[in-house]
Design a protein around this ligand. Structure first.
Ligand SMILES: [Zn+2]
Ligand SMILES: [Zn+2]
Length: 293
C-alpha cells in the first residue's frame, strides 16, 4: 500500500483544452481552431486560429509560457493568429526566449513571411524600448510523418493525415506519464490516422456535420465535405483505434447551444466511449495512473 501524494494525483497526466472550436465561418463566441495540450512541464499549442491569444489567457496561459507551437497544416483558419502568438511571446518575454514552432513543410515560409509582415512593428518597439533590442526568436522545425521529438518531457510523434488536396498535413500524438493524446487536425479517415490514434486516451478531431452542410445551397461550402471527417467518421475512427475519449472540435456549421446532445448522439451511434464537445475552453483530461502496490 502506498500513501497518495495529492500534489501528484491532482495534476492530470495530459489535459486538452479546446481553445477555439470554430472554423473559417465567423462565430461571435467560437474562436478559430486551436487546442492547448498540457503534459507535465510541457505547454503545447496546437494550431493558432482566430482569437487564440485571448483564449490562451482565459486558460491561464500567456504566450511566453508556451513550450512549443505545433501546426497541423497551413490552412488560414489554423494559422491566422500565429502572428499574435509570435509578437506577444516576444514583447512579454523579459529576455530573448525562443519559440519553437513545429509544422509540415511550408511552415518556414509562413513564419518567415509573418516575421516580414511584423518588421515595421519590431522597429517601432526596438526604437522605443531600450530593453527590447533582440528580434523575435522563432525556431522553426519542419517535420515529416514518422518524426519524433521531445518537448519539456513530453514525447511527440508526427503522423500523416489526409486533407487532400491540402498537403502535406500532419497530426501529433503527445505522450506523457503513461497517457496519450492524438491531435488530428483536419483529415478524412485513413490508415495513418488510425495508427496515430491507436489506444490513445484522448482523440481530438476536427469535424463537420455533412447533413447540415448539404442543406446550404453553396458549392463552395459543399466542397469542405471532401476533406474533413464527419462526426460519424470521427466516431468510427475512435472505435477502430480503441481510443478512450473522443473530443470533437472545429464545428461546421457552428454548434448551436442546446444541440450538443444531437451531435453527441451521431457519434455515439458509432463509438461506445465518452464524447466531449461544447463551448470554447471545454477541457478533457487523463488522470495519472495510481501508483502500483
Ligand atoms: Zn484545413
Ligand atoms: Zn480547418
Amino acid at each position: 500500500m502506498s500513501i497518495a501524494d495529492p500534489s501528484i494525483d491532482e495534476v492530470p497526466a495530459i489535459e486538452v483544452v479546446l481553445l477555439g472550436t470554430g472554423s473559417p465561418l465567423p462565430s461571435p463566441d467560437r474562436a478559430g481552431p486551436a487546442t492547448l495540450v498540457r503534459a507535465g512541464e510541457a505547454t503545447l499549442l496546437v494550431d493558432c486560429g482566430r482569437g487564440v491569444v485571448m483564449r490562451l489567457a482565459a486558460a491561464g496561459v500567456v504566450p511566453p509560457m508556451l513550450s512549443a507551437v505545433l501546426l497541423t497544416h497551413l490552412h488560414s483558419d489554423h494559422i491566422t493568429d500565429l502572428n499574435d502568438v509570435i509578437t506577444t511571446q516576444w514583447v512579454m518575454s523579459p529576455t530573448s526566449t525562443s519559440l519553437p514552432v513545429y509544422g509540415p513543410p511550408g511552415t518556414a515560409q509562413v513564419v518567415g513571411a509573418t516575421l516580414e509582415m511584423l518588421r515595421l512593428d519590431q522597429r517601432y518597439r526596438h526604437d522605443h524600448h531600450d530593453d527590447l533590442q533582440h528580434p523575435p526568436d522563432v525556431v522553426v522545425t519542419e517535420v515529416e510523418p514518422g518524426a519524433t521529438f521531445e518537448v519539456a518531457g513530453a514525447a511527440v510523434s508526427v503522423h500523416r493525415t489526409d486533407h487532400r488536396p491540402v498537403a502535406p498535413t500532419v497530426g501529433y500524438r503527445v505522450e506523457h506519464a503513461g497517457a496519450a493524446a492524438a491531435l488530428a487536425g483536419d483529415s478524412v479517415p485513413c490508415d495513418e490516422l488510425d495508427a496515430m490514434c491507436a489506444g490513445a486516451d484522448l482523440y481530438v478531431q476536427t469535424v463537420i456535420r455533412e447533413d447540415l452542410v448539404r442543406l446550404v445551397p453553396s458549392a463552395r461550402l459543399h466542397d469542405i465535405c471532401d476533406y474533413h471527417s464527419t462526426v460519424e467518421q470521427a466516431a468510427a475512427t475512435a472505435a477502430r483505434a480503441g481510443v478512450g475519449t473522443l473530443v470533437l472540435t472545429h464545428y461546421v456549421p457552428p454548434l448551436q447551444p442546446g444541440a450538443e446532445d444531437e451531435w453527441r448522439a451521431l457519434a455515439s451511434a458509432h463509438f461506445d466511449g465518452p464524447v466531449v464537445l461544447g463551448p470554447d475552453l471545454t477541457t478533457a483530461s487523463v488522470p495519472r495512473a495510481a501508483p502500483e502496490g
